[in-house]
Design a binder for this molecule. Structure first.
Ligand code: SF4
Ligand code: SF4
Length: 451
């Protein structure tokens, strides 16, 4: 690949072509983003706040640490102040002559904290706000402006650039992928029967399954569980070398252009293989982006369905395609709704029906479902090592919620949520196991249960 093509793919200028834009050029860039990312709905939310404070109790930041900066309404004011300075039709003209250079304006440092560090875009505040203000959506516009200035956490730049160059955020090669899948098939023969194989690049399958690359590289037992479920249910599925990455961290950068480029790899893979549907490994934001955000970006409906794996598992259970040994996991068992699958994705009842088929001791957190608190690992914080200390602190309310249930097993349907809840269990010295929904399902399938 040439330097020019790398530059065009990643939007990263080569060293030779770097020329610091002027303040006016930065402002023009911001104005272009501002015009493209804002809407009538955005402006009505921006100015509708009546300072009632109801959103504070819905935000896991404020509930974990009662700091006034964590009241959602106060984050909005930080963006409003930037908008007034640069884009207000009258006020922006009052900065006679020389407008402040956005790159040195401390307002953008404050906005960086508000948008990237102190908001996971989880949307819970919108349900509490009597005016229907979604601070998460407003902070998305803040992220887009900051992206335009190159002010993005490193943990959200490197992985996206790697995806744009290699097709997956870990930079795994097709050979890595095929070797791992062949090895998994060998390992699974004992459970699944001699000659068991895992289809790759099969055309016209009902399901094209998109895994999480971290399961390929670091957690193969999780991918094994996912494949065991699809195979045990007799699903007509395939994996593909054309795409094996459910993740789309470009969403958290605030770049719709990059979101589309990353998502397009998955859309093309489905098209090439003519699969009837896309089924995604448990990953909250990956599901939200592909199922709900990409259609908005391209302005048209997909002609095929997209599911997160738990929706399929629920169908299998309803149709009697999977039978379980019950109560293999220590109860009480509770379920953490990943924001992007539950509140933002509408998948609330499916995981509960599945878990209740596995345990007779299910308990709910309060609140749960659409009103569930974010675990603290959303918004890209889980992928950004520098921000690990923030997400761990902001998991305090989640730790308290879980503790109150008395649960010994916490199940969830998102890779990042699972890791975050595992971390907060350690930090808060809590005694429970955290499991992916695929682990509890695969381990309970009759004839394959290990416990
Ligand atoms: S979107 Fe979530 S994290 Fe952001 S302000 Fe609202 S409740 Fe808090
Ligand atoms: S709940 Fe809505 S109206 Fe009330 S302070 Fe929060 S953003 Fe403003």
């Amino acid at each position: 690949m040439t330097a020019e093509s790398i530059e065009s793919i990643t939007n990263t200028p080569s060293a030779d072509s770097i020329k610091e834009p002027s303040a006016l050029e930065y402002i023009e860039k911001l104005r272009d983003i501002y015009n493209r990312y804002t809407s009538t709905k955005f402006f009505s939310m921006l100015k509708a706040c009546v300072n009632c404070g109801a959103c504070a109790k819905a935000c896991h930041y404020y509930c974990s640490e009662q700091n006034k900066d964590f009241v959602p309404a106060n984050r909005i004011k930080q963006l409003d102040s930037v908008i007034s300075e640069y884009f207000h039709p009258i006020k922006s003209k009052l900065h006679f002559g020389k407008p402040r250079n956005p790159m040195t304006n401390p307002k953008f440092d404050t906005l960086f904290k508000a948008a990237f560090e102190n908001c996971t875009l989880c949307g819970n505040c919108a349900l509490a706000c009597p005016m229907g203000i979604n601070t998460g959506e407003i902070m998305y516009v803040a992220r887009a402006l900051l992206f335009g200035l190159g002010k993005v956490p490193s943990g959200l730049m490197g992985p996206v650039n790697t995806t744009l160059l290699t097709g997956n955020y870990l930079g795994l090669s097709d050979e890595d992928f095929i070797d791992t899948i062949e090895w998994l098939a060998e390992e699974m023969e004992e459970d699944m029967g001699e000659g068991f194989s895992i289809p790759i690049n099969k055309e016209n399958a009902k399901v094209l399954y998109i895994p999480h690359p971290l399961t390929l590289r670091d957690f193969p037992f999780l991918l094994m569980d996912e494949l065991k479920i699809l195979s045990a249910a007799g699903e007509d599925y395939t994996l593909s070398t054309h795409d094996f990455d459910v993740v789309n961290y470009a969403f958290y950068q605030g770049s719709k252009e990059n979101v589309y480029k990353v998502a397009n790899t998955t859309l093309e893979a489905r098209k090439i293989l003519n699969a009837e549907s896309l089924v995604l490994a448990p990953c909250g934001h990956g599901y939200r982006v592909l199922k709900h955000e990409v259609e908005k970006i391209i302005g048209e409906r997909f002609s095929f369905p997209i599911y997160t794996l738990v929706e399929l598992i629920d169908q299998y259970v309803q149709e009697g395609r999977l039978e379980f040994e019950k109560d293999l996991f220590e109860g009480p068992v509770t379920y953490h709704d990943p924001c992007n699958i539950g509140r933002r994705g509408g998948v609330i009842e499916e995981p509960r029906r599945v878990i209740k088929a596995l345990t007779s001791n299910f308990v709910e957190m309060q609140p749960h479902g659409v009103h569930n608190y974010c675990c603290g690992g959303g918004g890209g914080l889980a992928s950004t090592g520098d921000l690990g200390h923030i997400r761990q602190r902001m998991g305090k309310i989640k730790a308290e919620q879980i503790q109150k249930t008395g649960a010994k097993t916490v199940v969830t349907g998102c890779f990042n949520c699972k890791n975050q809840i595992r971390d907060i269990a350690v930090i808060h010295d809590l005694d429970f196991d955290v499991k992916s929904i695929v682990e509890v399902v695969a381990s309970s399938i009759k004839g394959m249960s290990k416990e």
